[in-house]
Design a binder for this molecule. Structure first.
Ligand SMILES: CC(C)(COP(=O)(O)OP(=O)(O)OC[C@H]1O[C@@H](n2cnc3c(N)ncnc32)[C@H](O)[C@@H]1OP(=O)(O)O)[C@@H](O)C(=O)NCCC(=O)NCCS
Length: 162
């Protein structure tokens, strides 16, 4: 499978919304939420008006068809409006999803590696995220040196020092 990465542009907003929906962890056997869930302010704040200072992300596409199959992006939040994975104002929060048929083939790792390297190049001291404790993605994050920093019930906040 040949794929390429490209930077997320403001015109990718509808696509980013699809990936935000896919980034919601649905435990096995449970019904996925309605798509409108991404309209809720606590989720829409991860992508609305994409292209703000500090917004950065990559879409991964199949090379032949230009079909988007995954995305990872980060945005900075502040103390007044902290994201679920908020750690500090200078530490952006990461979101990531890969299309279901393409999971488990290394794309998530490649997206994470790329966005970690880019965040380091831009001088951020770290990248954080919030993840359900049951999500198998936790082991992927641990392999990429994300450390557990906070417990919030069913979810945990993880931080990658840069
Ligand atoms: C998490 C996610 C982005 C990882 O991308 P990926 O391309 O599947 O990841 P990779 O192939 O590089 O790495 C595989 C690892 O991802 C994790 N993983 C999470 N969900 C998975 C799935 N449905 N299938 C396979 N691996 C999955 C596993 O930890 C696996 O590692 P393992 O070998 O220790 O089991 C992707 O599985 C996904 O979109 N999941 C649903 C949305 C989600 O949970 N987003 C993160 C919210 S914090």
């Amino acid at each position: 499978m040949e794929y390429i990465f490209r930077i997320i542009k403001p015109s990718d907003a509808p696509l980013l919304k699809e990936f935000l929906y896919l980034a919601i962890y649905v435990p096995e056997g449970e019904q996925p939420p309605a798509k409108e869930i991404t309209e809720r302010p606590e989720l829409s704040r991860y992508l609305e008006n994409w292209g703000q200072p500090g917004d950065l992300g990559f879409i991964v596409e199949l090379k032949k068809e230009s079909k988007p199959i995954g995305a990872a992006w980060f945005r900075q939040f502040n103390k007044e409006n902290p994201g679920y994975g908020f750690v500090a104002e200078n530490i952006p929060e990461l979101s990531i999803a890969v299309l279901p048929g393409y999971r488990g083939q290394g794309l998530g790792r490649d997206l994470l590696t790329r966005i970690i390297n880019q965040a380091r190049l831009e001088g951020y001291p770290g990248l954080s995220l919030s993840v359900s404790k049951q999500n198998p993605a936790v082991s992927l994050y641990e392999r990429l040196d994300f450390k557990h920093v906070r417990d919030t019930g069913d979810t945990q906040v993880m931080l990658r020092d840069l």
